[in-house]
Ligand binder design. Structure first.
Ligand SMILES: [Zn+2]
Length: 262
């Protein structure tokens, strides 16, 4: 049984992890605490734990290549700098399972049990390899210990409406860069979240709860669209599941809906 849940802040993102903790606490039978950035709390500056090398090893090289890793000295240095002073590690996709293994190894042995669930909220883009289709898929979360939650994954993992990609392509052809947020929001029908979206914190709550639910029940996701435990593959479904009503399906409302059960 999980009796302690530790969330970690992601200071380079707009995600308010303390607010996520406040939402989670009354829904679970465990003490919820919030700490600073995982890589500040559990990583030594001299990189004695070899985390930089492990991040370098977890770099995805190509969307269709299962083998990961670029451990050239320059890359490891870059990873060292990014661990110490976080900035958006732009354009790099990491093997989520490799990062999970690295962060598990960074936990102090006294906290590496199944009674304590660690949930680092990260500013990295994470993926998992799809055996069925032979390519990497970006993820919002990677369940397990620790359970990783990726803020950029929220924007990038689920597919956006087709019109979004068309508008982006059209704008790139005309001006050579990405269209501003207002253009995308006004020109593209349908709901989707883009970088630094003001709904980020709200949308991440269900993904953090999924991590707890998985450890408690062994079930990863809910099959019911619209439930906060639903694993959305499209942004429109994500917005519906995380931000729409009802918050949970009937089964999960009995477990997690504070308003319904009290
Ligand atoms: Zn459900």
């Amino acid at each position: 049984m999980v009796d302690q849940i530790v969330l970690y802040r992601a200071p380079t993102t707009v995600a308010d992890v303390d607010a996520i903790g406040d939402w989670l606490a009354p829904r679970v039978d465990a003490a919820v605490t919030v700490r600073d950035r995982f890589l500040d709390v559990h990583h030594s500056d001299d990189d004695g734990d070899g985390l930089a090398e492990q991040f370098a090893e977890a770099r995805v090289k190509s969307p269709y290549d299962r083998d990961t890793g670029n451990t050239m000295l320059g890359t490891i240095r870059y990873e060292e700098q990014t661990l110490e002073s976080p900035e958006r590690a732009g354009g790099v996709l990491y093997d989520g399972v490799g990062v999970q293994r690295a962060l598990n190894g960074a936990l102090p042995p006294t906290e590496r049990d199944l009674e304590t669930l660690h949930v680092p909220v990260l500013d990295r883009v994470l993926g998992t390899w799809g055996e069925h289709d032979g390519r990497w898929h970006k993820r919002v979360n990677v369940l397990g210990q620790p359970a990783l939650v990726s803020v950029p994954g929220l924007y990038e993992a689920p597919a956006k409406p087709e019109a979004y990609y068309k508008e982006k392509q059209r704008h790139a052809l005309l001006s050579g860069d990405s269209p501003p947020r207002e253009v995308l929001e006004n020109q593209v029908e349908g709901e989707f979240l883009i970088e630094d979206d003001p709904r980020t914190t709200d949308a991440l709550k269900g993904y953090v709860l999924q991590a707890v639910h998985y450890l408690q029940t062994g079930d990863a996701f809910c099959e019911q669209e619209g439930c906060r435990l639903f694993n959305a593959h499209y942004h429109e479904d994500l917005v519906e599941a995380q931000l729409g009503e009802p918050v949970f399906c009937e089964d999960h409302a009995s477990l997690y809906d504070v308003a319904a059960s009290h």
